[in-house]
Design a protein around this ligand. Structure first.
Ligand SMILES: [Zn+2]
Length: 194
């Protein structure tokens, strides 16, 4: 699902819907929740996953807390969510689930990396489909044009994906391009050496 250049992913599992990404605002999340509820009236949104602590990625979490969904993130990010001023009235209602590096939940593996963008940032790998969902590690425009200089945190991500030899078929970016191929990822990493 795409809105305002933000890509939110959801995955159904029996009677559950797991959401990946909770950007920008409660209004945005309410739209997403409404869309999912219309599409799957008999399923319940049980969790929402966020990759890192930046406000534009967590600001929509309040709407998920209201419907009782579990909020998934790494420990560092959860601490930041607890301190996020706009949530202060509501934070006692948030239910958290802490993701550990290399943890697998229902066929999704989570990886938490140290990086210069946000100290900790995680991404999700869907074991069966070979899809990665990530936010600010790798941002590629829709036309796949690449910049000449690669940010350090993008390098950290690419090196990790390669060293793990994850069988990746597609990378979904939370921003912009939601269908990044490995070829484009490889091209992006070469940019660094120019
Ligand atoms: Zn960020």
């Amino acid at each position: 699902m795409r809105s305002s250049w933000r890509n939110i992913l959801f995955r159904t599992n029996n009677n559950e819907v797991q959401v990946f990404g909770a950007p920008t605002s409660s209004e945005q999340s309410e739209k997403t929740i409404q869309h999912i509820t219309e599409k799957f009236p008999n399923k319940k949104i049980t969790s929402v996953y966020v990759t890192h602590l930046h406000g534009d990625h967590i600001a929509g979490l309040g709407s998920y807390a209201k419907i009782g969904a579990l909020i998934r993130a790494d420990a560092y990010t959860i601490e930041a969510i607890k301190e996020y001023p706009p949530f202060s009235d509501q934070i006692h209602t948030f239910k958290f689930h802490t993701i550990k590096h290399e943890q697998s939940i229902d066929g999704v593996s989570f990886y938490v990396l140290e990086n210069a963008h946000s100290k900790r940032q995680s991404f999700a790998f869907f074991n069966e489909s070979g899809l990665i969902y990530q936010a600010d590690f790798l941002q590629i425009p829709f036309d796949n044009t690449l910049t000449k200089v690669l940010p350090a945190h993008t390098g950290v991500f690419i090196d990790f994906v390669r060293s793990k030899q994850l069988p990746v078929r597609r990378i979904v970016g939370h921003h912009f391009n939601y269908n990044i191929s490995l070829k484009v990822m490889d091209k992006a990493s070469q940019a660094n050496m120019m």
